[in-house]
Design a protein around this ligand. Structure first.
Ligand SMILES: *Cc1c(COP(=O)(O)O)cnc(C)c1O
Length: 375
């Protein structure tokens, strides 16, 4: 087991067996032969890009999706040989690194396509590319009406190999009819290309929500991120689909003290003790990604019991009111994860902060060591 040494007892535990289990849960919902690309951008949503990708490679993942050439290079330097698609745009200056490191590029316009083609020519390689189609996200990609002409033009670049074509859904979790119309537009484009004799091997649209909620979005490759980390694209699905949480965020009590009734706690004095009580200090704060919006709202687990965060979350420290409980220095505290029979979900933290689970896991800063189980 990879156990980094650290003095401050605040860490994230990543259960790679849960990643493997989520991979097979998703795989079972797909028709045989459907390929899967795992979205591992942003350090695998804070879970650790190299470790998560190596586990997924063991499971048989077909592709990895990253947001930049830099992220792809972290994987290549970490020894990951799985095909990697850069889902982000690239600038002309990135072309050499893309070609040299066998990174599949997303093509969104003619200028960068031409530039990549000429670099591939210099290095006597075929550069694999996926063409990004805009069907309503309004972000990267060629507008779908103009896509067939664009693709025909890209076909003329002899050092590019058009391996894939894809689009992305802006509201798969909230607008079923818009998502259905995007799927229809994408299917029409694929058929139009087939009629013109252009058969692109990989066709993909589905993020986690679409993998789970829109069967006809699967085409022959799906692109989940969130669900592989055991997180739910819809809050209502918590406990209803068999996804295993991967990440736990833990710390230990480093200080305890008895505090009389009527004393204030932390910056801004937003909390005053209502009775004589015990306040414990945790060595974790917003500098670690334990968001300041959790002040006076979040709960933590100690000995399997639930206790409130009191006062403002500081940069490096957070206080909890444990009442009369026998809590001591060194006792383990769960910020996210389970302890005895109780669980705090990433989704719970997201709700308190009025954001999405994606952001909660991305917040957890590099200062927090990651410990990997079941590598
Ligand atoms: C991040 C990302 C995904 C994965 O989305 P999830 O909602 O996490 O499943 C898929 N496709 C693209 C283009 C992405 O950027």
């Amino acid at each position: 087991m990879n156990t980094p040494h650290f003095y401050r007892p605040t860490w994230v535990q990543i259960d790679l067996a849960a990643v493997a289990s989520n991979y097979s849960t998703l795989k079972k919902r797909l028709p045989a032969g459907t390929k899967m690309m795992a979205a591992v951008k942003a350090n695998a949503y804070g879970h650790g890009i190299v470790e998560v990708s190596k586990k997924l490679a063991q499971c048989g993942i077909d592709y990895l999706g990253v947001a930049s050439v830099d992220e792809a290079l972290v994987l290549r330097h970490g020894g990951v040989r799985t095909p990697i698609l850069n889902l982000g745009a690239f600038l002309k200056g990135d072309s050499e690194a893309i070609v040299k490191n066998d990174i599949t590029a997303t093509i969104t316009d003619w200028d960068t396509a031409k530039c990549l083609d000429s670099y591939a020519g210099v290095f006597k390689k075929k550069a694999k590319v996926h063409i990004k189609i805009d069907t309503g996200m309004g972000r990267l990609g060629v507008w779908h009406d103009e896509a067939d002409e664009f693709i025909i033009k890209v076909c003329s670049l002899s050092n590019l190999l058009i391996e894939g074509i894809y689009t992305h859904f802006p509201s798969a979790d909230s607008d079923e009819s818009f998502t259905r119309s995007q799927i229809a537009v994408f299917s029409t484009l694929v058929s139009k290309l087939t009629i013109k004799g252009i058969e692109i091997p990989l066709r993909h649209t589905a993020n986690s929500m679409a993998v789970l909620g829109f069967k006809n979005s699967h085409f022959n490759l799906v692109r989940p991120g969130l669900a592989l980390y055991g997180l739910h694209p819809k809050d209502e699905w918590l406990g209803k689909i068999d996804l295993a949480p991967v990440l736990s965020f833990k710390t230990k009590v480093v200080y305890t003290k008895n505090v009389a009734r009527g004393r204030s706690i932390s910056y801004g004095r937003t909390y005053t003790t209502k009775k004589d009580t015990k306040i414990v200090t945790l060595p974790v704060g917003y500098g670690d990604g334990y968001n300041r919006l959790l002040s006076n709202k979040a709960r933590v687990l100690i000995h399997g019991e639930v206790y409130p965060v009191v006062g403002r979350v500081c940069m490096d420290q957070t206080m909890v009111d444990v009442g009369q409980a026998r809590v001591r220095v060194g006792d383990e505290v769960v910020l996210v994860g389970c302890q005895k029979n109780r669980v705090i979900y990433v989704e719970d933290i997201a709700r308190i902060c009025r954001t999405i689970p994606y952001e909660v896991v991305c917040w957890i800063s590099p200062r927090v060591p990651r410990i990997y189980l079941n590598v």
